[in-house]
Design a protein around this ligand. Structure first.
Ligand code: NAP
Length: 287
């Protein structure tokens, strides 16, 4: 068996074209959706991520506002910045690029963002909403995984889903989202004994560990759907995922490549959440 490759770039392009039309309609009603992006410090990697997000907004007509703050910015100043953006009617979404400098309490800052503008889905309300089925915004990477499965018409209900990785931003929310769609879900992490014993049970295997080559063909059930969230930069500059792509594609039914799989979907879902926030605001205003 050779897996069908899930082309995240293609799916992202299709979705962004659809969102661009909705942005156009909103803009015709008065104003374009607005996303504020806050970067504290000058990490080169964070600057690249922020630049990509700002460009992706511009490409579909969302107005982004970049707020660059020095690494020495105090927590009080950052909280005031968030308060100002919460009150700003031209801003539909607020994104704080993580990580933040060590002297800042990340949770306190994330909790300060208005739930209605929490387009990253990291506010405690939105995290808890994954359990109760009442999120205002779903977190972007897990939502991107869900959209890829939907696009390929891959049924989730009743399937065995194994998620390798239990972080708050990828592994746990992905598990909760797929569980809410009636999958039977298992989460594995560093202390999981005999990882293969679990991964072999997976009809849908989602890998988000940040360990290159962690998943080899012997760990995958024939015909499984394999979603590789991992992004690892090798010393020679190449980017690879957590899955041995060439080996596993001979055994899986579907597989996402890295790059070009989940990655493009994360920013796409950020655009989606910002757009939806603006649409809700317009609807609430009776538009
Ligand atoms: P993270 O916070 O470092 O979490 C990694 C998780 O994987 C932890 O739960 C860890 O277990 C688990 N893990 C690590 N080594 C493992 C092993 N050998 N066996 C089983 N589990 C193991 O990372 P993250 O933020 O979730 O990101 C995970 C990967 O996804 C990274 O490569 C990151 O770059 C990538 N990522 C991609 C996107 C995208 O858009 N494609 C978005 C976000 C992240 P413990 O909990 O026990 O430590």
């Amino acid at each position: 068996m050779t897996a069908q490759i899930i082309d995240g770039r293609l799916v992202a392009r299709k979705l962004r074209a659809e969102y661009a039309e909705r942005v156009k309609a909103l803009t015709a009603h008065g104003r374009a959706p607005g996303l504020a992006v806050i970067l504290v410090g000058d990490s080169a990697a964070s600057q690249v991520y922020v630049r990509n997000k700002v460009k992706a907004c511009a490409d579909i007509g969302i107005e982004s506002r970049f707020i660059g703050l020095g690494a020495e910015t105090t927590q009080a100043t950052l909280l005031q910045t968030v308060d100002d953006l919460n009150a700003d009617r031209a801003v539909d979404g607020i994104l704080i690029q993580l990580p933040l400098p060590a002297h800042i309490d990340i949770r306190a800052v994330l909790e300060r963002i208005s739930v209605e503008k929490d387009v990253d889905g990291f506010h405690l309300y939105n995290v808890g909403g994954l359990v109760t089925g009442s999120t205002v915004f779903s977190p972007c990477t897990p939502y991107g995984v869900q959209k890829l499965l939907e696009h390929e018409n891959i049924e989730v209900a009743g399937k065995n889903v194994v998620v390798v990785g239990a972080s708050n931003i990828v592994g746990k929310p992905t598990a909760l989202m797929l569980m809410s769609q009636d999958a039977t879900v298992c989460i594995c992490h560093k202390k999981t004994r005999d990882l293969a014993q679990f991964t072999l049970l997976a009809d849908i295997l989602v890998v988000a560990a940040g360990v290159p080559g962690l998943i080899v063909p012997q760990m995958v059930k024939t015909g499984a759907v394999v979603i590789d969230v991992g992004i690892n930069r090798l010393p020679d500059g190449r980017i690879i995922g957590d899955v041995d792509f060439e080996g596993v594609r001979q055994k899986a039914s579907y597989i996402t490549p890295v790059p070009g799989g989940v990655g493009p979907m994360t920013v796409t879902m950020l655009l989606h959440n910002t757009l939806v926030s603006a649409e809700r605001t317009l609807a609430a205003a009776g538009g």
